[in-house]
Ligand binder design. Structure first.
Ligand SMILES: Cc1ncc(COP(=O)(O)O)c(C=O)c1O
Length: 325
């Protein structure tokens, strides 16, 4: 938990929920809000859309602030949505939208949320450990991550960092979102509960040990150095993709250092590139995911701690070898 605190850039409490990243989001939104409260959600990709679904499942009135898939959220649009009545209980945004490889401007959005009295919840599932995050400095209320992405662990754990003022809001919200996904349940055991067991449920100790190893490696390299190294790898990949005739989806300034989406060759469904790269080169990349970019975009994850410049060059060469008609 101490190593996670460093990664989140926080002095706050960090709870290690047993579940995937979505469990952390579900718990954060369900614990902070009451049914019928207004929640503003940034939607510029598949995972923003998922968050809107989670908020609706808690009975919240969701106002989606849309941006084109492949572009970042516009803080001014978030502000415009917050101006309306009733006052929003929370703003929820994805940091790195994994479906498009776009980084959203979290610090600016957090400042706006605070100015309008709304809590700010951040989905840092695909960014924590791969980019510098400064939860306390940015003024984030709840920040949610997952063990299996940049932290290098297996799936199954959702680290959730909760600011003190968020606990006050949770107490005010009053209603409990069930038991398992109530952040209060996890806090009770982690902080003040049954001393023999810092978790309310059976802990997958294998996953915790593996996550600890990933966190130690991150601490040894240092988060700033890891973030710089990943930024360099992302740039190398985007340059390489351009040299093959495919084009990164996001503008350079908004591109994530940990996952890259790129437009396929003109007229070629992205699934054909994905299949070629795996069949001919043994490298697995991903299709466009669900949504409007399904057939036109492929995605490359480069968030593993061991990713090297050679790995990047290999995937670029594999894409470049796609037989064009
Ligand atoms: C940004 C983002 N949010 C949420 C999720 C969902 O996480 P999980 O599959 O761990 O529930 C993912 C998973 O890819 C993600 O990348």
């Amino acid at each position: 938990v101490d190593l996670l605190r460093t990664a989140f850039g926080t002095q706050n409490e960090v709870l290690l929920l047993v579940g995937s990243g979505s469990a952390g989001l579900d718990a954060a939104i369900g614990s902070l809000t009451r049914a019928a409260e207004r929640v503003v959600v940034g939607v510029n990709g598949y995972f923003g859309r998922r968050i809107a679904d989670i908020a609706r499942s808690h009975g919240c009135r969701v106002d989606e602030v849309q941006a084109e898939w492949g572009s970042p959220l516009d803080p001014a649009a978030v502000e415009a949505s917050l101006v309306g009545e009733p006052v929003a209980a929370a703003v929820v945004v994805v940091h790195v939208e994994t479906s498009t490889g776009v980084v959203n401007p979290v610090p600016a959005i957090a400042r706006i949320a605070e100015a309008h009295g709304a809590a700010i919840v951040v989905d840092a599932i695909s960014s924590l450990g791969g980019m510098e995050i400064a939860m306390d400095e940015w003024g984030v209320d709840v920040c949610v991550a997952a063990s299996q992405k940049c932290l290098g662990g297996p799936p199954g754990l959702a680290p959730v960092a909760v600011a003190d003022r968020a606990w006050e809001r949770i107490a005010r919200a009053g209603a409990r979102p069930g038991w398992y996904l109530d952040l209060g349940t996890w806090r009770e055991f982690a902080v003040s509960g049954w001393s023999a067991h810092p978790s309310p449920v059976t802990v997958p100790t294998n996953a915790v040990r593996a996550l600890l190893q990933g966190l130690r490696e991150l601490a040894d390299e240092g988060i700033s150095q890891r973030a710089r190294r990943f930024a360099g790898l992302g740039e190398r990949l985007r340059d390489g993709l351009r040299s093959t005739g495919t084009a990164p989806l996001a503008d350079e300034a908004d591109s994530a250092p940990v996952v890259t989406a790129a437009r396929s060759f003109p007229g070629v469904p992205s699934s054909e590139i994905v299949a070629h790269v795996e069949r001919a080169h043994g490298i697995r990349i991903a299709g466009g995911g669900i949504g409007p970019l399904q057939d036109s975009v492929f995605r490359i994850g480069h968030m593993a701690s061991g990713t090297s410049p050679d790995d990047i060059d290999d995937v670029v060469a594999a894409i470049g070898s796609f037989p064009r008609r």
